[in-house]
Design a protein around this ligand. Structure first.
Ligand code: AMP
Ligand code: GLY
Length: 423
């Protein structure tokens, strides 16, 4: 088969690394890709939401399957674009259709879905510019901290957690009236604050059947001890040590099953990954959010632990025969540490040469914001490279990642030295 992956991060390098190992994969393309994906695939310089250019590429290269990495093309309807085009409708797309992608595209849609299907989540109400006064009144009924969420996609920045009531009211006005996050905050979900430890659960579905992948925990804050600004993710661990079989059973019964049956009942066509962001409150899991794709950097620890041929799984998703697949997981722990450009998630410089990638042994460097420039690997983004390792325990795996990072260097390189500190 000829396969095209859309995206350019560490997640997509991991997909490419895994798919390239499949005997079913003949030619592999990544659009736009990065310096890592060139090692195992052919990069094509096309944007992930340039559907016309994607169509041209798919026809020219006789692509049989498209694997969608990020949420933007899914929320914009890339799957529907293929289904509605006579020349493309035979191509398998791994990722939900637009109606189902709203689970990530709209926080209010996701909350209504969870309420409709009795899926445990924080209590909430949503507001727009016409009833901002009611929003203030609702905030007054809550205890701090106050959780405000822009309804639409805001590149991971749309959630504010505030301790002070007046500040919460001001931010609500900023979001609704002054378009703090543009169109994305024309509606705001205000939610009950949930106190607990977070983890993520990843589910594959063909729309009828589902398979649960290993859990993972990512570290979103830039600073050690989970302090400072939110990032895309600074590191991840899989499995999550506090996710006992009993707790995993609760996740499956109370969340995964009603989610998959809810998609069917609501007629939301879904062939792809469901990323369920969870929080453990006491001994019970509650849903913080759905994403309609894999996580980054969670992919960098989840996919390496999957022993199956990923292309075989994707074919089963496309043919709705996922029930015939037995998922086989490496029992070792996997960890990844993200190397970032100094200054990220605020302003940072690019174009810094990355030295030492060839010296890495016993870890896998998944490239993210990195590209080839004059035969050198240079930084091209905030999150630059994720260093993944295996170990019999997550501590052993972390040790390998940190030892290999010693061999790597670029100007103003930064990473967290405390991944896993809270476990
Ligand atoms: P989201 O974009 O929905 O994943 O939210 C970003 C982050 O905000 C989450 O990873 C949580 O750390 C935090 N968060 C979101 N909703 C809540 C909530 N209801 N209670 C506590 N923390 C939350
Ligand atoms: N690491 C969080 C995400 O991919 O959304």
């Amino acid at each position: 088969m000829n396969i095209l992956i859309l995206g350019s991060g560490g997640r997509e390098h991991t997909f490419a690394w895994k798919i390239a190992q499949s005997p079913l994969c003949k030619n592999l393309y990544v659009a736009p890709g990065n310096s890592g994906t060139t090692e195992v695939a052919t990069n094509v310089n096309i944007g992930v939401t340039d559907f016309k250019a994607i169509k041209f590429l798919v026809l020219e290269k006789e692509v049989d399957m498209v694997v969608v990495g990020p949420e933007d093309p899914l929320v914009q309807g890339v799957h529907d674009f293929f289904l509605n085009d006579d020349e493309l409708k035979g191509v398998s797309v791994i990722g939900p259709e637009k109606a189902a992608a709203e689970l990530e595209g709209s926080k209010e849609f996701a909350k209504e879905f969870m309420y409709r299907h009795n899926i445990p989540t924080a209590a909430y109400q949503s507001f727009n510019a016409s009833n901002v006064e009611e929003g203030y009144a609702f905030l007054e009924t809550l205890n701090p901290p106050y959780v405000l969420k822009a309804d639409g996609l805001a590149a991971g920045k749309g959630v504010l957690i505030l301790n002070d009531l007046d500040e919460a009211k001001t931010e609500l006005k900023n979001m609704l009236v002054d378009a703090k996050f543009g169109d994305a905050s024309s509606k705001v979900v205000i939610e009950e604050f949930l106190d607990g430890i977070e983890l993520s659960c990843f589910v594959l579905t063909d729309g009828e059947n589902y398979k649960i992948l290993p859990t993972a925990k990512d570290y979103k804050r830039i600073g050690e001890g989970d302090t400072g600004l939110n990032t895309g993710g600074m590191g991840a661990i899989s499995p999550v040590p506090f996710a006992t079989p009993e707790f995993l059973n609760k996740i499956e019964e109370r969340i995964v099953k009603p989610t998959i049956s809810g998609l069917q009942k609501d007629n939301l066509p879904y062939k792809g990954f469901v990323f369920i962001g969870l929080i453990k409150v006491g001994d019970d899991p509650k849903v913080i959010e759905y994403n309609v794709r894999m996580g980054d950097p969670e992919t960098e620890v989840v996919l390496p632990r999957l022993k199956n041929d990923l292309v075989k799984i994707f074919k089963a998703i496309a043919n709705q025969t996922l029930d015939e697949i037995d998922i086989d997981i490496d029992q070792r722990a996997a960890t990844t540490i993200m190397l970032v450009s100094g200054g990220y998630p605020e302003a940072y410089e690019k174009g810094k040469e990355i030295i030492g990638v060839d010296a890495i042994t016993d870890s896998i460097p998944f490239h993210a914001g990195a590209k080839i420039d004059n035969d050198k690997i240079v930084t091209s983004g905030g999150r630059v490279m994720a260093i993944t390792s295996f170990g019999n325990s997550y501590n052993e795996a972390l040790k390998k990642s940190y030892q290999n990072i010693e061999k790597l260097h670029f100007d103003k390189m930064y990473y967290r030295k405390d991944i896993g500190f809270d476990l």
